[in-house]
Write a protein that binds this ligand. Sequence first.
Ligand code: GLC
Length: 648
Amino acid sequence: MIKKYEFGTPINTEAVILNLQACTDEIEKFRLSENEQEELIFTYQMSAGTKVYGLGEANRGINKRGFCYVSYCTDEPSHTEEKTSLYGAHNFLLIDDEREKFGVFVDNPGKVTFDIGYEEINTLRIIPKYRDMVVYIIEGETLKEILKSFRQLIGKSYIPPKWAFGFGQCRWSYENAGRVDEVIKNYEKNDMLISSVYLDIDYMKDYKDFTVDEERFPDFKNYVGSIREKGIRLVPIIDAGVKIEKGYDIYEEGVKNNYFVKDKDGHDYVAAVWPGYTHFPDFLNQEVRKWFGEKYAGLLDAGIEGFWNDMNEPAIFYSKNKVEEIKTALSERDVVNDDDRLMNDIRWQFDKVSNNSEDYEAMYHNMNGVPVNHDRVHNLYGYHMSRAAGEYFNKYEKNDILIFSRASYIGMHRYAGIWMGDNCSWWSHILLNLKMLPGLNMSGFMYVGADIGGFGCDVTEDLLLRWMALGIFTPLFRNHSALGTRNQECYRFTGTKAFKNMLDVRYRLLPYLYDTYLEAVKKDEMMYQPLAFVYPEDEIAVSIEDQLILGEDIMIAPVYTQNAIGRYVYLPENMTFVKIVAEGKLVTEKLEKGVHFIKVDLTEVPFFVRENHTLPLVKASVITDKGLRKSIMDCTVVYKDSDFELVG
Ligand code: GLC
């Protein structure tokens, strides 16, 4: 049962696909009031035991209680605990109270604050900055049932091609063909399976979207083809900002046709990102989406089959306006004689320069004929960038294209997946990776994953191995790291055998993972469920936040602390503990319901098969006629019984 309530004049976000009649009576479940800033407040009184799930890509726990989250797509490169906004805005909550269970979706693309027991421990407050919105209340008997109704409301999730479940290697940047070749050669040399190599911004000519630097990647089409022959896809990045450069076709066309976001005087808005000063395509406009989407054709024609869309919150390093403000402020100071306050003030000015709300408030869209201030629709920008691509791919004759994005809003899940942005090589980020999975699935985002090994900071071999033992189970399985950090490809470390085995495990699991993914999409279910959803009667299971049920059959419980020899797990039912150890051998042990300490070596992959369930493992690879070892995914294989191993 879904009830729809409209407030003000809602902006059509196209997050939902069902056309429901709005209720005319007062909203249920929430008490409405106003604060001093005349913002609307939706209040729900929780009890001590109320659980609140959802919010997709958000910090902290699976149960979101005890913190305040702000839905506002943000280029946030440091995911420390106090951060309230990350890259996505997924305004869906699932409330599990003794008295009732229901879901709430606040379809409002401006800033929305979710105070879930932060100001007052038992009070949930939802405070949208702007009042124009639709709120949906979804009722049902069980959490799963509510979730299914919500997912039916927002439509089927994106399905990537199967190869996108293979392992991908990325770095900012493999800046020329030589570097890419070297990566592939090293994977091959170490007998490690790999399905994709990602191209970061340096493949472009001066960071201009849809260009390829011919000096770094000569004869790109042939090059893409030669890599493809090895069973590997190149996946280039596309950024939101279009470089301002006379003669650059995308810039010229955008200016001529008024396709860029404007300032209040109707001039194309200017802000700096990687290419220097750029304009932002107005993706909220249908005509602009069509135009930008078609631009992917050039790379598709060169044989590219996948993309990642970045910087689409949109990230702003500094705007032309801010630079002018700083210049004016400095010109009013005596730069030669000023005291140390000068440096302090300058530092302060610069600290505030990136991604600030004043810039977002100064931008304007043309939403299919209607002028709209950016701040009111901020959270739609990344969604509509990926929608531009997705809509084009759906029309393209080969519509099996990988696409995932950094910024997102519910609705984008129908067109693309996401990655969790710029995490760090920190142990705590393995756990954060795990905790985000169910929330993202609730909001419809199924093709998801984190930068394995961590994007920022220097990785260590043990951290990477432990992280891979989780990443093996996530749809997007990509190792990515930032410029200036330690190289973190799997062959860089001493334990190459262990990494080879880890990668093999992924390919052995791949048919299971892909089928589980398809099933979850088909049935509008989660691929990763918190234990609370599967064992709602089990008080201990309900409180567990570092184990997940994957599909119907297995439970994952990675080791995520340094120097650990294993970890404690709670089994809500009897299960078979499985370890895939060196050389791919399986060690299994039947364990009874209850608490156990399991020993897991750095090189091992642990998981649990539920009682009366089995897990099929296939062979990771086959040897081709040419004597090459290829992942099973790249070959047309007719499975024989002996190719399978059933565990459980
Ligand atoms: C952003 C992305 C990161 C990418 C970098 C350079 O920080 O999140 O993945 O490597 O930009 O393009």
